[in-house]
Design a protein around this ligand. Sequence first.
Ligand SMILES: NC(=O)c1ccc[n+]([C@@H]2O[C@H](COP(=O)([O-])OP(=O)(O)OC[C@H]3O[C@@H](n4cnc5c(N)ncnc54)[C@H](O)[C@@H]3O)[C@@H](O)[C@H]2O)c1
Length: 343
Amino acid sequence: MERMKTVVVGCGGMSRTWVQEALAAERIDLVGLVDLEAERARAMADSFGIDQGACFRSLGEAVRATGADAVFDVTVPAAHAAVTLEALELGCHVLGEKPMSDSLENGRRMVDAAQAAGRVYAVTQTRRALPGVLSVEAFLREGGLGEVAELHSDFYLGCHFGGFREEMEHPLVLDMAIHTFDNARQISGREPVTVYAESWNPAHSWYRGDASAVAVFEMTGGLRYTYRGSWCNEGNHTSWAGDWRVAGSRGSLAWDGADAMEAQRLAADPGEGFHRELETIDVPRVTLEHEGHAHLIRQFAEHVCSGGRTPLACPAADNLPSLAMVLAAVESLRTGNRVPVRW
Ligand SMILES: NC(=O)c1ccc[n+]([C@@H]2O[C@H](COP(=O)([O-])OP(=O)(O)OC[C@H]3O[C@@H](n4cnc5c(N)ncnc54)[C@H](O)[C@@H]3O)[C@@H](O)[C@H]2O)c1
């Protein structure tokens, strides 16, 4: 296949990026826009100079009218399962927004349905495609710090979104933490085993639900991953990817989630001193032509068009453990218990 005929479903805030990237990508023909609220699809078409004839009220109508090969699901989390299952039934490949679904049961059904249909189904876990996170991942995989033992991330932003997030019970953990949790799996190459989490809502918070949380994960091999975060933190913001510290048997690495990365490791002859001799290491940097959505959308189109011969960073089956981390953390918040993470 030279180019992938694609329908975007859900024309809300996030979909502007998807439409923009779909129009810019070499391997994609954007053939349809769908929203339950017809006005939204029409407004999206107008703002990108797309013919109004490409706007549809339902996914089925859009796929049948255009002969689409693929569907981009940019609807709300509660609609992802229904939209993805319908798209697969219509014979389309699917690239969906995170989180893949609102329950693990739905997530598994979606992954199984894609397998049964022989279609590609992936999720845009966008912070997998950042040069910094890929650099840390490669450095650790090649043993840059010896055996990795601890991973810590801080996420502190003051975000005045308005809308649904300010009404959710656990806005930070349910809507945002999946990015950071997923990066912890990516960076460490380990899978989650258990989690204990606590959350609270500071008096100054403008969210109804808990905007601050901490979580401690046990990962395979005994590695501990700790998460601290707040969405009502005014000042000293971290990056959106969070501020990271990794400790290994031979050294440690600090990364600010953007450009700043420092690694120190034991010198060849570390001596017998109170603090052992250390050397500063340059972490080799991975570069990307495009990042985040732009990278993952192009990569998905290339993968589908090449019949699966090119890489795919976020196959949906691999997203299940990250979704499980979020849902298990919420269970821990609700019960006060340390709970197993299963998917
Ligand atoms: N990766 C990121 O950085 C990032 C950032 C923001 C949002 N998101 C994700 O993007 C998704 C969309 O978020 P948003 O902020 O654009 O939400 P939104 O509410 O602004 O837009 C969602 C749109 O989907 C439409 N819709 C809902 N159900 C539908 C259905 N069954 N069929 C057709 N249309 C339907 C709604 O009418 C609405 O226009 C969410 O899953 C969210 O978590 C990801």
